[in-house]
Design a protein. Structure first.
Length: 318
């Protein structure tokens, strides 16, 4: 009987219904797993389920019986995929489960920032409406997104889904030119041109050696002083210290982030410090986490494991 071990089940909400695989198995689940607990907990496992737990060459060398690592996420930067190939351990991930949730979250950040919703809420808490003596008051600027240009970096499923929603409210949408296929396309622009001409920049690309700190001091300097920067992609795509300085200097119009280079970020992290500014919003990596998306993820996770047991290659990274 195969043993399946879920090392960090608390990365899924308790409301998610996680049905069990179809084949005979023994299931073990741990809410969280520290680095020194990975090998002991997987020593008898045939299949490991992980979300954020890190597994590298050293762990794999100590786990000769492991046959599959089933990621309960899309991103795989917590895994050494080359080491998995060398150890002949299969890896599968989750795909296209958060199609509505992530672009809706990005759109919510854009709308909240362009209309200064958090600053208005603070003014109300301070009694400004009553003090004004008028039916309304004008403490904070409000900008329409209609007619503005949205520059999207990453033309995958989520980037295109955001583009479709932005077109629906009257925005002009352009994408960053691909570094792989540099042929001219009507809706693509070189990165520098995209940064300089867009009113909103939204990041939807993976974190790779090329994209790490893709948006740094130079790139922030290219953006319009009224532009918004949205990151619902990966922590590390933006130089967070440079962003903190840009917000403090009024160099850009605002930013909305759902991810950080360290999660959870310590109190002295640049993004935590940026919360002092009313034009910065940080949410705790929940853009993907609508009730519907989490259930799709859970269902696909078990489907991937069933496919592996049946000898089918489904959503394989290795």
């Amino acid at each position: 009987m195969q043993q399946i071990v879920f090392l960090d089940s608390d990365t899924l909400d308790a409301s998610v219904r996680l049905h069990r695989p179809d084949f005979p198995h023994h299931w073990l689940s741990y809410p969280a797993t520290a680095p020194d607990q990975v090998v002991p907990r997987l020593r008898e496992a045939d299949i490991a389920i992980i979300n954020k737990v890190r597994i590298g060459a050293a762990e794999l060398a100590a786990l000769p019986g492991l046959r599959l690592i089933a990621l309960a996420a899309t991103g795989s930067d917590n895994l050494d995929l080359d080491a998995c190939r060398a150890a002949k351990v299969a890896v599968c991930n989750i795909r296209n489960y958060s199609g509505p949730s992530v672009p809706e979250h990005a759109m919510a950040l854009m709308l909240a920032l362009s209309r200064n919703l958090f600053a208005w809420r603070q003014s109300l808490l301070e009694g400004r409406w009553q003090q004004s003596g008028q039916f309304c008051f004008f403490d904070h600027p409000i900008q329409d997104l209609h007619g503005k240009r949205l520059g999207i970096i990453g033309k995958g499923t989520l980037g295109q889904a955001l583009g479709e929603r932005a077109l629906g409210i009257g925005m002009e949408v352009r994408y960053a030119q691909s570094q792989v296929d540099k042929e001219a396309q009507g809706d693509r622009l070189p990165l520098d041109e995209l940064l300089a001409s867009s009113d909103v920049i939204s990041l939807h690309c993976p974190l790779t050696p090329y994209t790490r700190n893709l948006i740094g001091e130079r790139e922030l300097g290219l953006m319009k002083p009224t532009a918004l920067l949205i990151n619902v992609g990966r922590g590390g795509l933006v130089d967070e210290q440079a962003l903190l300085q840009a917000l403090g200097n009024g160099q850009i119009g605002g930013a909305g982030f759902d991810v950080a280079s360290q999660e959870p970020p310590p109190q002295d992290h640049p993004l935590m410090q940026a919360l002092q500014y009313p034009n910065f919003i940080l949410t705790p990596h929940v853009a993907w986490a609508s009730d519907e998306s989490m259930q799709r993820l859970a269902d696909q996770l078990i489907d991937n494991i069933n496919a592996f047991a049946a000898g089918r290659r489904q959503h394989r990274l290795v």
